[in-house]
Design a protein around this ligand. Structure first.
Ligand SMILES: C[S@@+](CC[C@H](N)C(=O)[O-])C[C@H]1O[C@@H](n2cnc3c(N)ncnc32)[C@H](O)[C@@H]1O
Length: 266
């Protein structure tokens, strides 16, 4: 692993948000284990039976939890991220867990330092909505995967309703200025199809969050936290229903819809 800004300008906002908070993400319950990670594990097992993947690359690895989850079915897994302090956390936690086949690379998901047709599995969990250029990321996954290789992504998605989608992305951006976009499943499917991917497996878990911890993780100011709290509590009924918004004591429980898919490169 080399240090410094290897993001080629793609992830500067992400580095600013995630760099100082890397240790917090390393202990975040929702990142360590949730339904989306279980879906990822199920899909890699189901896809490969008793076989193993050769080379796996995890994009936007953060503290490495998805890379660790696929290490057991891969000969070699490379955890990649644009934010160097995140990779340090992944390195530390990987060593603690005794993961011997883990490599690290500081790079943007939009510029993968791997040869074309060299990778068997590309994974990414709760990261893609931060990628500045999602289409370029898909181009890169398509380029580096071997024919028949799998792209396995798990991420929050926007509902198909335009107004609710706008609300969600506005809230996300105010809570985290490195947020780029939660996309509709229909749009992601179009982008995959344009690149010759075929979606062969789907799962639709929810990402369950608590407002107080969620805003604290990105250090939202007190004034903006209170403004966001109002947005949740006073959102239109259809929006509250879409995100299962429920006041709990002095906190708010809510959930984002998530899509986990495995797509095969033709
Ligand atoms: C929520 S964390 C990832 C969580 C992790 N995948 C897991 O399963 O626990 C999002 C990560 O995306 C990274 N990131 C943001 N933009 C990126 C980009 N353009 N390329 C690569 N990584 C990026 C951030 O640095 C951060 O570490």
């Amino acid at each position: 692993m080399t240090l410094g800004d290897k993001g080629n300008g793609q992830g500067l906002a992400a580095q600013q948000v995630f760099g100082p908070q890397a240790a917090v993400y390393a202990t975040s319950k929702v990142h360590i284990r949730d339904d989306s990670l279980e879906s990822v594990e199920r899909m890699v097992d189901a896809a490969n039976g008793s076989n193993r993947y050769g080379w796996t690359v995890d994009l936007g690895t953060g503290a490495g939890f998805t890379a660790f989850a696929v290490a057991g079915v891969s000969d070699r897994v490379i955890a990649t991220d644009v934010t160097e302090p995140m990779l340090r956390q992944a390195k530390r936690l990987g060593a603690e867990r005794g993961i011997a086949n883990l490599g690290l690379s500081q790079n943007a998901a939009e510029a993968l330092p791997f040869a074309e047709k060299s990778i068997d599995l590309v994974t990414s969990r709760v990261s893609a909505h931060h990628f500045r250029d999602f289409e370029k990321t898909l181009d890169e996954a398509q380029r580096v995967l071997k024919p028949g290789g799998s792209l396995l992504m798990a991420d929050s998605v926007a509902p198909e309703d335009d107004a609710i989608t706008i609300w969600m992305n506005d809230i996300e951006l105010r809570r985290d200025f490195s947020h780029i976009e939660n996309r509709k499943i229909s749009r992601i499917t179009e982008l995959l199809t344009e690149r010759g991917f075929t979606v062969v497996e789907n799962d639709y878990p929810r990402i369950y969050l608590r407002f107080n911890e969620w805003t604290a993780r990105t250090k939202v100011s007190t004034a903006e936290t209170e403004a966001l709290r109002k947005e949740f509590l006073q959102a239109p009924a259809a929006t509250r229903e879409a995100f299962q918004v429920a006041p709990v004591h002095d906190d708010i429980a809510f959930s984002w819809p998530c899509w986990v898919f495995r797509a095969v490169k033709g």
